[in-house]
Write a protein that binds this ligand. Structure first.
Ligand code: ADP
Length: 491
């Protein structure tokens, strides 16, 4: 049973600078811990997406010509507006997505920085002069904004992942239609309409369309098929990303995909044991393991395997599961019942096939305890598929080479960590890992806005962050200029 309090806010779509009701009514956006209604949110349709794209297309000519100082000013202001709402947004992250206080504060530290770094992109060089073999010819590679960019964002690190889906595209002169997850429509979506409107973003430059659970399809189809949308970026599951990439391929539309992970940690015999245990606990259990970079498998060299495993399991048992609004809670709720039953099912199947549970292994209300498995059989689903929850396996290996081979034996390739006292060796091993990201003496969860963030294999392609976004969200053109009548032609 959900309860709707009288002070629950009813949201509208943000289209063309206006808050507008859709034709589909609203749905209840619920708190995954209490089941209370957090907000009433528009149940968008394909027609709403079409209107949002039309508004974005209409706003593009003027926005793409806006001087960089103005774009920068808006982004710096948006960062200030966001920061001024710190407590409210940390609370909303807990209520809408089950984020602990620590994870909420982390997101609120990260995103203002992301917006301020994006502000600097307004002044990124727009091209280069390229020497031509034709005398008297000035040849250039010039970048221009692509037009309308569609951004499809997930719920898990809702504030960060929605911010990065819109920030670089907007500041580089594109207009955007954001489709947040149905599980974080406010803090991963509509809140950006409020913040950027207050920051002075012109009408139609950012548009936001929401939808009810199970109803993403028609909106996604419009974003892919409408010819005014020139690029897509997507963060979410490998399954949905693959479907979108196939559909974008048909439309010859470029897409950035940041998908799932099955991220390994490698703990070598010469690692600092205390540090490796603490780091691995953080990597495995931050946001109850619902991060694409969460550490999912830990390979430990035999000489320290027993001690590492015992200490790791002991520490996992101390992590408090419960209400994310209590500041000492580490393990908040899983995002919904189907996520909880998926995690339960994966653990139960691995155990039925021979895995041992060293810590956790039980649901506590809407939460799942921090769970440590060992001896996970290769034919279990856990061994091959991303299990988005607080579950990690620890396995013993006989050498670093075996660890790397086992770490690479998965279809995913997002992030990885290696713990060793020999940083040169750690660096050499990092180069051997099939992942977009690898850290020596750190766990697998981390991001900075200026870094090239993304994966290989089933973890996707394209990069968010750093200078990579300039290529992702601008069109590079070849322009030449010759004086007078140019050069002679053979016929
Ligand atoms: P997760 O497991 O993280 O919820 P999803 O891939 O289901 O992963 O969701 C990520 C984003 O993809 C969400 O915004 C969701 O609404 C969206 N999504 C799901 N199905 C589709 C679809 N058919 N077309 C477009 N977006 C979709």
């Amino acid at each position: 049973m959900t309860s709707v309090q009288s002070d629950v806010h009813e949201y509208q779509h943000f289209i063309g600078g206006e808050w507008t009701a859709g034709e589909g009514g609203t749905f209840e956006d619920v708190d995954p811990f209490t089941g209370d209604v957090v907000a009433l949110v528009p149940r968008g349709t394909r027609a709403d997406a079409e209107r949002a794209i039309a508004a974005a297309a209409a706003a593009f000519p003027a926005w793409s010509q806006t001087v960089p100082a103005e774009r920068q000013r808006i982004f710096l202001k948006a960062a200030d507006v966001l920061e001024s709402r710190l407590q409210e947004i940390v609370s909303l992250l807990a209520r809408e997505t089950g984020a602990s206080f620590g994870f909420g504060m982390f997101q609120m530290g990260f995103v203002p920085n992301l917006l301020r770094q994006a502000a600097a992109l307004a002044y990124a060089p727009a091209g280069q002069i390229i020497p031509s073999d034709h005398p008297g010819t000035l040849a250039m590679g010039l970048r221009k904004p692509v037009g309308v960019v569609a951004a499809i964002a997930p719920w898990n690190a809702a504030l960060i992942l929605s911010a990065r889906s819109i920030a670089a595209p907007l500041v580089l002169g594109n207009t955007v239609v954001l489709k947040p997850s149905e599980l974080s429509p406010v803090v991963g979506g509509l809140i950006w309409g409020e913040i950027f409107a207050e920051a002075g973003l012109p009408a139609g430059v950012l548009n936001i369309v929401t939808h009810a659970p199970g109803e993403a399809g028609p909106i996604g189809d419009e974003l892919v098929e409408n010819p005014a949308v020139r690029r897509l970026n997507f963060t979410g599951s490998t399954e949905t990303g693959r479907r979108l990439a196939e559909a974008c391929g048909r439309q010859l539309k470029r897409v950035v995909l940041e998908l799932g992970g099955h991220n390994p940690l490698i703990v070598l015999a010469d690692a600092d044991l205390d540090y490796a245990v603490n780091a691995s606990i953080f990597g495995a259990f931050l946001h109850q393991g619902q991060i694409c970079m969460s550490s999912r498998r830990i390979f430990v060299e035999r000489p320290i395997a027993d001690e590492f495993t015992a200490r790791f399991a002991e520490k996992a048992k101390t992590l408090k599961a419960g209400d994310p609004k209590e500041q000492d809670t580490i393990i908040g709720p899983l995002i919904n019942e189907s996520a909880l039953s998926m995690v339960k099912g994966r653990v139960d199947e691995a155990v039925a096939k021979g895995a041992k549970v060293l810590a956790g292994g039980e649901a506590v209300g809407p939460c799942y305890q921090a769970t440590v498995l060992t001896d996970v059989p290769q034919d279990s689903d856990f061994a091959h598929h991303e299990t988005f929850g607080p579950v990690v396996s620890v396995e013993t290996v006989d050498s670093a080479e075996e660890a790397v081979a086992r770490a690479n034996a998965t279809s995913y390739g997002l992030s990885a960590g290696i713990f060793t006292g020999d940083t040169n060796r750690g660096f050499a091993l990092a180069l051997e890992l099939d992942s977009g990201i690898a850290h020596v003496n750190d766990q697998s969860v981390g991001d900075e806005p200026q870094m090239p963030f993304g994966g290989v294999k089933d973890s996707g392609f394209g990069r968010f962050g750093g200078q990579a976004v300039i290529d992702e969200f601008t069109e590079l053109r070849w322009i030449t200029v010759q004086g007078g009548s140019g050069h002679p032609f053979p016929f």
